[in-house]
Design a protein around this ligand. Structure first.
Ligand code: AMP
Length: 282
């Protein structure tokens, strides 16, 4: 497994893979890898003949009062996991490699970027879209793999790929959960046992909505009320949003019969956690 630190090293490694007629799969991550990330790597291995994983804690997607400085960095353990998955190349640049002095171009998928997490984290999705556009240009993959766990990110990036004509296919993989339902996240490392218990309420609220839908409820308002009622059972968490939206535009929908995304974000102790559920069209 080659570890590239610079764009030049990465490009040379990818050029060699291309000369061997390899199809390139890209898995962008911020490291602190868990089974959710590894599920993307495995999907990439099964679709593509070569896999590039990026590990880059992207400073521009963190707000000034967010956790950039304390975000978990576990590079050696991450590389050991990726080596076991037979990843071809890890790209782990320094921030100045990606944002050299004077870099001022950003990518904004207007509208979508201001909804859900974009509303509570101003500038977050401009940071995400900008870094992913850079990674797409640097690696030029055939396929790029993302997790459904970050559903709003998926909507923003799908919009970017469409609008900027990126010549690649995005593949979205299902959310990987702990046995008790908690969606895996690098930020789960911040949780004390007590907070971890409180965090279970997010997936419980989504499951309640799912069972209401299965029972025939299609209007968004009672579904939101049902989810919020479950969240209210953990009064120590602070709910950021609990919304039912169109999965592509992230705009609120009045009913779920054409399919919908139920998305939740809440601050649980020291961590801001997100989770979601896709409702299939009737
Ligand atoms: P991150 O390192 O948090 O930026 O995540 C990198 C990629 O892994 C993103 O595409 C995430 O959506 C995906 N991911 C994170 N957690 C999970 C999970 N529990 N299940 C599936 N994919 C995930």
């Amino acid at each position: 497994m080659l570890i590239a630190r610079t764009i030049a090293e990465l490009r040379a490694a990818v050029a060699k893979l291309r000369s061997e007629k390899k199809c390139i799969g890209l898995v962008p991550t911020m490291g602190a890898l868990h089974e959710g990330h590894l599920s993307l790597v495995r999907a990439a291995k099964s679709h593509c003949s070569a896999v590039v994983v990026t590990i880059f804690v992207n400073p521009t997607q963190f707000g000034p009062n967010e956790d950039f400085a304390k975000y978990p960095r576990t590079f050696d353990a991450d590389c050991a996991l990726l080596e076991k998955e037979a990843v071809d190349v890890v790209f782990a640049p320094e921030p100045t490699e990606i944002y050299p002095p004077g870099a001022s171009t950003v990518v904004e998928v207007a509208g979508i970027s201001d909804r859900l997490d974009g509303q509570s984290r101003p500038g977050h999705f401009v940071g995400v879209a900008t870094v992913v556009a850079k990674l797409f240009n640097i690696v030029q993959p055939n396929h790029a793999f993302f997790g459904q766990k970050d559903a709003a990110q998926v909507a923003v990036l799908r919009g970017m790929v469409r609008d900027l004509h990126f010549n690649l296919e995005m593949i979205v993989c299902p959310t990987v959960r702990e046995p008790d339902g908690l969606a895996m996240s690098s930020r789960n490392r911040y949780l004390s046992p007590e907070h971890r218990q409180q965090a279970l309420v997010l997936s419980r609220a989504l499951r309640r909505v799912q069972s209401e839908v299965a029972a025939g409820v299609v209007d968004a308002a009672p579904l939101i009320d049902a989810g919020l009622a479950v969240l209210a059972k953990e009064p120590e968490i602070r709910v950021d949003y609990f919304s039912i939206v169109d999965p592509d535009t992230l705009e609120n929908v009045a009913d779920v019969s054409a399919g919908a995304l139920v998305a939740v974000a809440a601050v649980v102790g020291p961590a801001r956690l997100i989770d979601n559920l896709l409702i299939a069209p009737r």
